[in-house]
Design a binder for this molecule. Structure first.
Ligand SMILES: *Cc1c(COP(=O)(O)O)cnc(C)c1O
Length: 347
């Protein structure tokens, strides 16, 4: 499969009909729409997992060109890749880590998520040992149950940060578990817990570090949680975090995946399709074969579930998705028709 950025035509030989197109201008527009909605809060674009499959380096370079001040990744390795590609802005590594990653995090000037008192002390000691300064964001668990100091013990993490001599605290944050659902009672509880934990700072006459809590669902549905910054992933790429989320900001998909039909046939009633013979036609129908499979990243879970658009109409995937091909039922009406060559699109 070929990936094309900004529809720049590639030269050379055609390798196949399957193309993933990344429209970077959609990312520009989505970011602008999100920034306008959350201002004066800043946006930290999240580029983990290969920029949600859109290409880490091209997306990060594009964002850098747009002047973003910070980006978020999950892993140290992603941060290192960004630094090697010349990305100079603040980069927050959001995931949990093991102690032997700390020297490399500091060495590449990556902001570290300090999710426990113990980890914060190890970060500070490592920075002292290296004769450098570490940058951290303190992580509080308010109900996600993943990483972070439990909200009731947050004061201990904050106190430990005051004792650190080689560490700058650039932020304090938490993460929503259910902000993309209709029922917002849990995110509201998380928000209240976060605010209560943060009372530590004014109560001790201290300036509160930059606060950030919201992800895409929170930005759409709980603007009270925007604080000084929001961490924006899926919406940057033009996809809503769930079907039920209120769409208070308009975004459009940056990625489209197209190919062409490579085979077409009429099946008689009862004839099965694909591995396991999990589907068979009830009546005569036309089945077309698409040259994409789970080896190309097309989820096998979409077997007998997914849909593709052919010439603007949606049709069901039938049978199991194979490693490099799958089949689509384009219907009884076209069973005897010879008109079937077409462009296929999947979002
Ligand atoms: C992935 C992630 C985000 C982005 O979430 P979206 O729902 O994609 O906007 C934000 N914060 C953390 C900690 C994450 O892991």
């Amino acid at each position: 499969m070929m990936t094309i950025f900004n529809e720049i035509p590639t030269s050379g030989q055609v390798l196949g009909p399957t193309v993933a197109r990344i429209d970077l201008s959609a990312i520009t527009d989505n970011l602008a729409a999100i920034e306008a909605a959350v201002a004066p809060a800043a946006v930290m674009p999240i580029v983990k997992a290969n920029a949600y499959g859109h290409g880490l380096i091209p997306v990060a370079r594009h964002l850098q060109g747009l002047g973003v001040g910070q980006m978020g990744v999950a892993h140290l390795a992603e941060g290192v890749e960004l630094r090697k590609a010349g990305i100079e802005c603040d980069i927050l590594v959001m995931g949990g880590l093991v102690a032997n990653q700390i020297p490399s995090l500091i060495g590449h000037r990556l902001s570290i998520t300090a999710s426990s008192v113990e980890m914060l002390r190890q970060i500070d000691q490592t920075a002292a040992h290296l004769g450098k300064r570490a940058n951290v964001h303190l992580k509080i668990d308010t109900g996600m149950g993943r990483i972070g100091t439990h909200h009731r013990s947050a004061g201990q993490l904050f106190e430990a940060s005051l004792e650190a001599t080689h560490t700058d605290v650039d932020g304090v944050y938490s993460h929503f578990a259910t902000s993309d659902e209709t029922d917002l009672s849990w995110p509201k509880t998380q928000l209240a817990r976060f605010e209560e934990a943060l009372d530590f700072f004014p109560a001790h006459g201290l300036e509160t570090p930059m606060r950030h809590l919201s992800n895409s669902g929170g930005v759409l549905q709980l603007p009270k949680a925007n604080f000084e910054m929001v961490r924006l992933g899926i919406m940057l790429y033009g996809v809503y975090p769930s079907a039920e989320t209120t769409r208070t900001i308009t975004v459009r998909p940056a990625l489209s995946w197209t190919t062409k039909i490579v085979f077409s046939k009429v099946l008689e009633p009862g004839e099965p399709v694909s591995y396991g013979s999990t589907w068979s036609s009830a009546e005569a129908t036309r089945i077309v074969t698409i040259p994409v499979g789970y080896g190309d990243g097309y989820f096998r879970l979409l077997s007998n579930q997914g849909e593709v658009a052919i010439n603007g109409r949606r049709y069901p995937i039938v049978g199991r998705v194979c490693m490099d091909q799958f089949m689509v039922d384009i219907g009884e009406g076209s069973a005897r028709s010879e008109e079937h060559t077409s462009e296929l699109q999947s979002h």
